[in-house]
Design a protein around this ligand. Sequence first.
Ligand SMILES: Nc1ncnc2c1ncn2[C@@H]1O[C@H](COP(=O)(O)OP(=O)(O)OP(=O)(O)O)[C@@H](O)[C@H]1O
Length: 251
Amino acid sequence: MSDIVLEFDRVSAAYSGAIAALHGVSLTLRAGDFAALLGANGAGKTTLLKAASNLLPAERGRITGGQILYRGEDVTRASPDAHIRKGLVPVLEGRRLFRSLSIEENLLTGAHGKGLGRAATARGLEQVYALFPRLAQRRHAVAGLTSGGEQQMAAIGRGLMAVPEVFVLDEPSMGLAPLVVAEIFEALSRLNRETGLTILLAEQNSAIALSHAHHATVIENGRSVLAGPAAELRQRPDIQASYLGGQVAPA
Ligand SMILES: Nc1ncnc2c1ncn2[C@@H]1O[C@H](COP(=O)(O)OP(=O)(O)OP(=O)(O)O)[C@@H](O)[C@H]1O
């Protein structure tokens, strides 16, 4: 049996007004992969991630060509809820927590979405609090009054409560201090290593992405222009110049 879990097969997408955002992007994720999408502002990273969960129609966008396969099944037009039930769980930019609910209540919404029972919900909370001890301390705090880092951890935690098989994250580092970014990427690496969770993330912070992901794809103007193992991409002068500010990313 193939261990391919998620496959973008020549995916093209556009927004209303015929703004083309993706032009035939192909990308394959195998079970246990940790993959990064790199690219400048507007390159098409978010569009690709939203296409994966069929979230483009909510933005007056649509997939105009190609297909998305999840475990070999064409899910291009499956509903966002169906994706979550199958195990493909998005954690999107902006965090979108319920600001007036507590951190724990937000986490519980992830389990409700999946229809988990009591025991599975309790196990989920335990896993999230073990991964982010800070959330355990802040479990009763109103989400809208917590720090950006705590909100990002809660958004990731809420995604974990839905028991993902593939986790799709958009810019987990956005707006966060370097130490918090490091903490979040350490947690993602740990999840990937210890639970085999397959991860696809888009990241502007190419240095941190390339030091945690196994492989990466560079998107430019809606096209995949380069893909390879993260360790190799880190050494390439063109990647260093364009995406690492001339620096070599830490291993
Ligand atoms: N809701 C939308 N309506 C119309 N055009 C959009 C919409 N969202 C994105 N676009 C356009 O689609 C293209 C790809 O944008 P996308 O957000 O996917 O890029 P990105 O690589 O994620 O960029 P960033 O890192 O800035 O988030 C851009 O030209 C953008 O202006």
